[in-house]
Design a protein around this ligand. Structure first.
Ligand SMILES: [Zn+2]
Ligand SMILES: [Zn+2]
Length: 432
């Protein structure tokens, strides 16, 4: 059956992760887990669907993201749910529900669902790694969240990325700035992009991060939010910059970097890859959301988070030509047995017990057929048992990557198979 004849395929805009890509995936996740752990974050796993209100409170029922992109459904009990469109809201909901000691520092890996037009790098189910720190407004934690992200990107092999930083102000200083920006946009309305000529009033801040050249040209001359921060926001921003500087992290202040929702406050940041096209070059980003806990029904509590799309990260690695594996995921041994497979069962069990990665063949196939599978398996060594070996109480051990040399094959006593294989693996790996 060819692929197009199969009755079921993964839904439009989704993809299966398997084979070598899955090993990379697993490597990214375990690298992130390791980085998060070093920064004092622990794992949180929460439901993929939540009461629709959890996401509505975060992104607003009137927002385009909610109306056009969020998967909303009713279950058999007529409860109205939504599939998680992003990672933060569920963590904040869990924080409010469980009253953990603060700061609550949690990391996650999760699918996120958005009904988008499928295209390269955009999926209806994509996957995110993220971290949230809730319960303090201390600028030191902003610095740590950004440093965590930075060290993670370095750990997965990226080097061609830049850190952009801005402050969104807060409810004390932002309204006056938005008024100032509106006054400016009013006078330049006809120069904006088609969409913003008519829609800029709904959310003037959105014009700041519009990617259309006409809007970019106008915004270059617009007043900047960081020049209109109140004293508290100014002091917070200064301490974040000083902290990043202390850690040796280079930042570019980017006044156009804003987030569309008004629960975002103060620190906002983005990591962009210079190896990717400018329209989709963000490999991660985040910011402070000091109003979100209240929005979801909790008491006023500061928080900051970071998220990174796994698919985009993999594209960035590819674009940079990074091909270092993140995890060792190779079989050590493949067991071939043409004597009825009882010996294979026993030897595989013994080698696995000794901590080795072992596979074997099934269905009592011929030596030739079994060796073919062994060659394809990627295993370093094959342990062979035929009638000869069985009669003499031995096994043959073969190096699957050095087939020409006289030393590529040896015999070992059946009872010494674990010791011999372990020693051989150490030696071949030394010589690799
Ligand atoms: Zn625009
Ligand atoms: Zn302020």
């Amino acid at each position: 059956m060819s692929e197009s004849d199969t009755p079921f395929r993964a839904p439009v805009g989704t993809h299966d992760v398997w084979g070598p890509a899955a090993a990379l995936w697993e490597g990214l996740v375990s690298t992130f887990a390791e980085s998060a752990y070093r920064y004092g974050f622990s794992l949180i796993v929460s439901p993929l669907f939540e009461d629709v209100g959890v996401f509505v409170s975060g992104i607003g029922e009137a927002s385009d993201v909610f109306r056009n992109e969020t998967y909303v459904f009713s279950d058999r009990g007529d409860r109205r749910y939504a599939l998680r469109p992003e990672g933060t809201a569920s963590v904040v909901r869990a924080f409010i529900q469980h009253h953990p000691t603060t700061p609550f520092k949690a990391w996650y890996v999760t699918p996120a669902f958005r009904y988008e037009r499928p295209q390269k790098g955009r999926y209806r189910q994509h996957h995110q790694l993220g971290a949230e720190a809730i319960g303090t407004s201390d600028p030191a934690i902003d610095v740590e969240v950004i440093a965590l992200a930075h060290s993670f990107f370095r750990a997965v092999g990226l080097t061609k990325f830049r850190l952009l930083l801005n402050s969104m102000g807060d409810e004390n200083c932002r309204p006056a700035y938005v008024a100032l920006l509106s006054e400016f946009l009013e006078g330049r309305e006809t120069e904006l992009c088609d969409e913003h000529q008519t829609k800029w009033r709904a959310n003037p801040l959105r014009v700041l991060d519009c990617k259309k050249p006409s809007c970019i040209a106008v915004i270059k001359e617009a007043p900047r939010l960081i020049d209109h921060l109140c004293d508290d926001c100014e002091a917070h921003f200064a301490r974040v910059r000083a902290g990043l500087d202390q850690l040796g992290l280079t930042v570019e202040i980017e006044p156009r970097l804003v987030r569309g929702f008004d629960y975002y406050t103060r620190t906002t940041f983005e990591f962009v890859s210079d190896a990717l096209d400018a329209a989709q070059n963000a490999v991660g980003g985040g910011g402070r959301y000091d109003k979100l806990v209240e929005r979801l029904g909790g008491s006023p509590t500061g928080g900051i988070g970071f998220g990174s799309g796994i698919e985009r990260l993999l594209l960035a690695r590819e674009a940079e030509g990074v091909d270092t594996p993140l995890l060792k995921r190779n079989l050590d041994v493949f067991v071939v047995d043409t004597t009825g497979a009882d010996v294979a069962t026993a030897i595989a069990a013994e080698l696995r017990e000794a901590g080795l990665a072992v596979d074997r063949s099934y269905d009592e196939r011929s030596m030739k057929a079994q060796m073919k599978v062994a060659d394809k398996s990627g295993a370093r060594l094959a342990v062979l048992v035929g009638p000869d070996e069985l009669a003499s109480g031995e096994v043959t051990i073969r190096d699957l990557r050095r087939r020409d040399s006289a030393t590529d094959q040896s015999r070992a006593k059946r009872e010494a198979v674990v010791a011999t294989v372990t020693e051989l693996l150490v030696n071949v790996q030394k010589n690799d």
